[in-house]
Design a protein around this ligand. Structure first.
Ligand code: ADP
Ligand code: MG
Length: 266
């Protein structure tokens, strides 16, 4: 494996009954980049993420993270290796606050003391120090994503765009090396989308994370991606720099009928 490649997928395949949702997909992701996967609805994008995060086991292929094959590992094992994700449909604890949801995101880093001791441990104990450190790290994420106003609010009552940010925050709380974002801007207004672009770039620059992004908003994709893989009907069409992918005839054809997907004024 090329040492620049933090992550790669080789000949990935998964069928549901007669439908091959992911068909011989492969790509390589260099450390520190934002790598996007595009394709029309039903192309197989989320299914690729579900294979990477261990929710689905592929029929064939390899998923290599730092040289180690992730295929066959359980979702929590993959998270521990340093891969975190958000979902296309929000998956948060709606009756818990933003802070509590983010603290849950840190559970893989917590010792048994923090987990079982809750608020009862002695001041100055190892568990108490750990708890403080976890809280500080979560506070940093709350600052980074400008979530102070939502800090102590139940997540279920927050606007949709804010809930999406909390979900991003929870994934960040895992401190992953590879962050998978499945349509993070869905349901956001244009102002929220602009903020999201800045935050994802911050995550790339300041937290030095590598980002795998599925996104429907083509303006955002073109603004933010270092490289893009286009797929359709589960199959790769092309992979490369944004401009080249955008003007690829098969990509344009795949998006025929959609409302000006590449309209930059949108
Ligand atoms: N658990 C599943 N069972 C059956 N079919 C599925 C399942 N998950 C996804 N599919 C099908 O696989 C195809 C790809 O879906 P998906 O990966 O969600 O597409 P995308 O995220 O690109 O919109 C679709 O036809 C979808 O209906
Ligand atoms: Mg999807």
């Amino acid at each position: 494996m090329n040492s620049n490649h933090l992550f790669s997928v080789e000949k990935l395949r998964l069928s549901f009954g007669g439908l091959t949702a992911v068909d011989n997909v492969g790509f390589q992701v260099e450390k520190g980049i934002i790598f996007s996967i595009i394709g029309p609805n039903g192309a197989g994008k989320t299914t690729i993420f579900n294979c990477i995060s261990g929710l689905y086991k592929p029929d064939a292929g390899n998923i290599l993270f730092k040289g180690e094959n992730m295929v066959g590992l359980k979702p929590h094992q993959i998270a521990r290796k340093g891969i975190a994700r958000t979902f296309q449909n929000i998956e948060l604890f709606s009756r818990m606050t933003t802070m509590e949801n983010l603290m849950l995101g840190r559970h893989i880093h917590m010792g048994a003391g923090v987990w079982s001791g809750a608020t009862f441990f002695r001041r100055g104990s190892k568990a108490a120090r750990e708890e403080i450190e976890h809280r500080e790290r979560v506070e940093r994420i709350i600052d980074l994503l400008d979530l102070q106003a939502a800090r102590n609010q139940f997540v279920g009552g927050l606007p949709y765009g804010t809930q999406k940010l909390v979900e991003l925050g929870r994934a960040l709380a895992l401190e992953p090396e590879l962050l998978l974002l499945d349509e993070p801007s869905a349901g956001m207004n244009s102002e929220e989308k602009q903020d999201l672009v800045f935050w994802i770039k911050d995550i790339q620059d300041e937290l030095e994370m590598t980002v795998l992004l599925i996104e429907h908003d083509m303006k955002m994709i073109m603004d933010i991606s270092d490289r893009i893989l286009a797929i359709n009907f589960g199959k790769p069409i092309t992979e490369g720099l944004p401009k080249a992918v955008q003007s690829h005839p098969e990509v344009l054809k795949a998006y025929l009928g959609e409302d000006e997907p590449f309209d930059k004024s949108a």
